[in-house]
Structures are given as structure tokens and as C-alpha cells.
Design a protein around this ligand. Structure first.
Ligand SMILES: [Zn+2]
Length: 269
């Protein structure tokens, strides 16, 4: 197979976009994304990135696939029930495209466990559902000066924000406290809502790593009940234990605007 010819054909439809040129495609090919979460949201993000031609995808998720996970899976099938889900997901993604190097890591996420995986990573994507792992990713991202794309959902609502060290605030600024009601096994999930959020996040990641379009600088709030989308500022907390020591060069340096941070954090399933 002539790989060069097949690669050009593979991505020819996205190269029809005004402003998305071959150098953008090359930036995608030379980019590495670390994606935490191989569930409903993360699986859709993975398909979006691998389909578009991301060069390397590092996928992290601990645990085996269970039957109650299947209403929202895109990369996992019934035959993977009882098996480590990240390995099954990585194998499906490799079948989808040989243009992407896919690594799968079946492990819990801590700041320490992430550290050796972050070398060469251009973007971290948070598609997890629990606060310890979210906060560990946030700390690791700002320590390594690596941008973090945050995604979350609960029922018909979803959220997305891109945290850029040295330019924006962080997850701790947005959600300094865990919501007291949080239970990772007690939130309703339609697969379609998870997939919609995953599609938005994949596009945001493509915009960021290629420079094709400017990523949104706000927290995006989606309501799949009435299809409304809001983009809001969020406060950067002075003295934030994660991001306050970094110089800020954007509007997020200001802590004086009137917008309040939104309420409790939904979770990915
Ligand atoms: Zn912060």
C-alpha cells in the first residue's frame, strides 16, 4: 500500500475546509494527546481524534468493562465485558486507523502516575468522572505547563473548558470544592449526550493542536434538553494552590469581572 497516497485520501474531506490546510493536517499527525477516560465521552473523543489523524493517543482508564457501561460505548462491544476496557478500546482504535499510534494504560490516575506519561504530550483531555483523578490531572497539567481540556456531564447537561497554564485559571479555580452529592455511580446517562459532548471536545482539541481555529476561552455549558449553549467566564481564584504562581497573560488574569463561577460539577460516565 502506498501510505502517502492512502493518507492523503483518508483525510481529503477535512482538507476541503476553508483554512484547514496540509500543514494543519501535519500538525495533527505530529501531535500527542493524553486522554483520560474510555467511557461514553472519552470513547467519542478518541474516535474524533483518531479519525482526524492525530499522531499519538495515550488512553488511560482503569478497570474492566461491565454490562451497565454499554449504553454509551462507541469503542467497546459486548465481547469485551469482563475485560480491561482500555486495552479493548485501544485495539478497536488501532483497527479504525493505522495512522495513529494508540497506547492503552489500565491504571488509576494520580499526579505521580501521570508524570512519566506526559513527556511530549501536547494536550491532556479529562473525560473522567471522579474528583481525585480530575484534580490530579489538573495539578499535573499545570506542573508540566500542558493544557488541559476539561469535560463533564450529568443527565442532559454537559460542560467543557480549556485550561491553559500561563493563560487561564484551572479546575481548582472553577470548582474548588467537591459537590457533596457526588456519587460516580448515581448519575443518569444517555449515550447520545455523552457522544455529543465528546464530539465537541474532539473538535476543540483539533482546533487547539492545529491552530486551525481559536479554541473558546470560556466555560461552555450545553443543555441537550433544549439544545442551548452558553459560554461564560469564570473567576481565577487569587491564591489558587495550582495555578496562582503562574504568570497570566490573558483576560483571565482579571479577578474583577462580575461573572460568578457556575455551580456543582457534573461527572462523566
Ligand atoms: Zn487555579
Amino acid at each position: 500500500m502506498n501510505v502517502a497516497v492512502s493518507t492523503n485520501k483518508r483525510f481529503s474531506r477535512q482538507l476541503l475546509h476553508d483554512g484547514f490546510a496540509e500543514d494543519h493536517q501535519e500538525r495533527l499527525r505530529s501531535s500527542t494527546v493524553l486522554l483520560a477516560g474510555a467511557g461514553g465521552v472519552g470513547g467519542q473523543i478518541a474516535y474524533g481524534l483518531v479519525g482526524a489523524g492525530i499522531g499519538k493517543l495515550i488512553l488511560i482508564h482503569s478497570g474492566d468493562l461491565e454490562i451497565e457501561d454499554l449504553n454509551r460505548q462507541t469503542v467497546l462491544k459486548e465481547s469485551a465485558i469482563g475485560l480491561p476496557r482500555v486495552e479493548a478500546a485501544a485495539e478497536r482504535l488501532r483497527e479504525y486507523s493505522s495512522s495513529t499510534i494508540v497506547e492503552g494504560h489500565d491504571m488509576p490516575i494520580t499526579t505521580e502516575s501521570l508524570a512519566p506519561l506526559l513527556k511530549g504530550v501536547d494536550l491532556i483531555i479529562d473525560a473522567r468522572h471522579n474528583f481525585p483523578e480530575r484534580r490530579a490531572m489538573n495539578r499535573a497539567a499545570f506542573e508540566k505547563r500542558t493544557p488541559l481540556l476539561f469535560t463533564a456531564m450529568d443527565a442532559l447537561e454537559a460542560q467543557m473548558a480549556l485550561f491553559v497554564p500561563g493563560s487561564t485559571g484551572c479546575l481548582e479555580c472553577l470548582y474548588p470544592d467537591d459537590p457533596p452529592y457526588w456519587d460516580p455511580l448515581a448519575f443518569p446517562v444517555f449515550g447520545a449526550v455523552a457522544h455529543a459532548l465528546g464530539a465537541f471536545a474532539a473538535m476543540e482539541a483539533i482546533k487547539y493542536v492545529t491552530g486551525f481555529l481559536k479554541p473558546t476561552e470560556r466555560l461552555c455549558l450545553f443543555d441537550m434538553g433544549d439544545y442551548s449553549i452558553r459560554k461564560v467566564k469564570y473567576r481565577r481564584i487569587e491564591g489558587c494552590p495550582v495555578c496562582a504562581l503562574l504568570p497570566i497573560a490573558s483576560v483571565y488574569a482579571s479577578n474583577t469581572h462580575s461573572e460568578r463561577n457556575p455551580g456543582s460539577l457534573p461527572v462523566n460516565r
